[in-house]
Design a protein around this ligand. Structure first.
Ligand code: FES
Length: 178
């Protein structure tokens, strides 16, 4: 199974997680005050500076003040994007740090990693079944089969870091099937 297909498989299986309150810190959702760090690649675990975010999407996780990276659930994976602030909808702007947005990378259809990014159209694209999400319009669905928007995480630029300022805009990934 490649990494693109395992967001639900890993994120949805309760590996010792008991509840929202009992979850291990690395599996907890991003918390207020956390900073965003690189999720993968040569700079994995390094703090992402606002100036690092350009046209290309950066995959990120949140990191607590004690250095613990919340990468224990791939449901915590984020797409960090720089887009045109002026073109954002009012709702989108509420979650943005200037022109930078943090969007959940877990597809709301069946939970694949939303790995495609088309900067020209400002759309995130899920490779599993082709859903497309309009980032400027609060990650609303442009093309299904997904029917729900991706979750936005509120952030701010704080000195040289990108900091979490609140909770996700909606539940992460697909709705449960039970
Ligand atoms: S899981 Fe994303 S479109 Fe199906």
């Amino acid at each position: 199974m490649n990494r693109r297909k395992i967001i639900v498989a890993v994120g949805g299986v309760a590996l010792g997680m008991t509840s929202a309150h009992g979850a291990r810190p690395e599996r907890m959702k991003p918390q207020i005050g956390d900073v965003l760090v690189y999720a993968f690649g040569d700079r994995i675990g390094s703090v992402i500076k606002p100036a690092d975010v350009h046209d290309d999407r950066i995959f990120a996780f949140a990191m607590a003040s004690d250095g613990l990276v919340r990468d224990g659930s791939l449901h915590n994976q984020l797409s960090l994007l720089r887009v045109d602030e002026i073109a954002m909808s009012k709702k989108t702007r509420r979650y943005a740090a200037g022109s930078i947005l943090a969007v959940s990378a877990a597809c709301t259809h069946t939970g694949c990693e939303v790995s495609g990014w088309q900067h020209e159209t400002h759309e995130l694209i899920c490779p599993c079944h082709g859903s497309r999400f309009a980032v400027l319009d609060a990650a609303a669905v442009v093309l299904g089969p997904a029917t729900k928007p991706l979750a936005l995480l509120p952030i701010e630029q704080d000195g040289g870091v990108i900091r979490v300022t609140g909770k996700f805009s909606r539940r992460i990934g697909p709705a449960p099937t039970y």
